[in-house]
Design a protein around this ligand. Structure first.
Ligand code: DUR
Length: 300
């Protein structure tokens, strides 16, 4: 069998004898012999990540059902002791919470990618299942991200490393997008699933051009010009993780997709006004799309 394990982009770890995945509370006591982690996690093909622990628990129950995984009882949070993120395992799928925004998500993402490496997982796919604001699409539309733009409207991710600006490309895997649309969509869904560009910002309010934050120094007209510019770039949804997620996974060469449901059309307003029941219904939609995609992936 060809080796399709993850390669880390960090020479320091080649000489490290142990590693502690601190926020997951997973201790890799001996990096030369990771057989225990391989036993626990070696079968993982897909990691689904989303903002909250309760949604990831719900996703775990949903996947248990559709993937016909014979587990009963309450899903167990494998990272409960870490007290930061929740992790549930359903057969070959991990469901992990990532909090709000890139900085929270990147912490757990680094540790999960290392976990994939230590557990020698083969050809894994990372999926974010989230919520977002839409641009010129009806609320409830599911968007699979193509190119990820940052808040500067560049198709890249920018971070500070050692006091320097480091800029990296931010595209999601084309074959994941293709398969999400080919296998994840059902004609009877009753909602649209599209692929489009996504903007990931570092701020929910000013960063996304909202006029209802605690601070706002631009006019409604400035805001609409900005949102129109986003729309002209093919951006159809706005969230807070896409550019970091695309750039980290692209850098390490792990397949990744971002599948989000729009809660609002930002060309029509800023405040999310759908009812809690409607929000729960919308939040299920990416489950259906990703569920069917995973089912198909596991059959291959
Ligand atoms: N989100 C946004 N903007 C929206 C709606 C949802 O960023 O208009 C996403 C990203 C983030 C969380 O994780 O939801 C913030 O509510």
């Amino acid at each position: 069998m060809s080796d399709k394990t993850v390669e880390l982009m960090n020479p320091h770890l080649e000489t490290a004898r142990s590693d502690y995945l601190y926020h997951l509370d997973i201790n890799v006591a001996n990096t030369r012999d990771t057989s225990e982690l391989q036993n626990r996690f070696g079968d993982v093909r897909v990691i689904c990540m989303g903002g909250t622990g309760s949604r990831m628990r719900q996703l775990a129950l949903y996947l248990r059902d559709i993937l016909v995984v014979s587990e009963s009882g309450d899903p167990v949070d494998l990272c409960e002791r870490g007290n930061r993120y929740a992790m549930y395992k359903v057969g070959p799928v991990l469901c992990v919470s990532h909090g709000v925004g890139s900085s929270s998500f990147s912490v757990v993402l680094h540790e999960l990618i290392k976990l994939l490496k230590y557990a020698r997982c083969q050809d894994p796919v990372l999926l974010r299942i989230g919520t977002c604001g839409g641009l010129g699409v009806p609320p409830g539309t599911v968007v699979a991200s193509k190119n990820a733009f940052n808040g500067l409207l560049r198709n890249e991710h920018e971070i500070a490393i050692l006091g320097q600006r480091v800029v990296r490309p931010a595209q999601f895997s084309e074959d994941v997008i293709r398969d999400l649309l080919a296998f994840g969509v059902d004609a009877n869904d009753g909602f649209q699933t599209i692929s489009a560009n996504t903007m990931g910002t570092d701020c929910f309010y000013e960063g996304q051009g909202r006029t209802d934050g605690a601070i706002c120094e631009y006019s409604e007209k400035d805001k609409m010009e900005f949102l129109q510019k986003c729309h002209d770039l093919g951006i159809r949804n706005i969230e807070m993780e896409a550019s970091m997620f695309a750039s980290v996974t692209q850098k390490v060469g792990v397949k990744a997709g971002d599948v989000c449901v729009t809660l609002i059309d930002r060309l029509k307003g800023d405040q999310i006004t759908i009812t809690i029941d409607q929000k729960h219904e919308f939040e299920q939609r990416p489950f259906f799309v990703v569920g069917r995609y995973i089912k198909r992936l596991l059959q291959q």
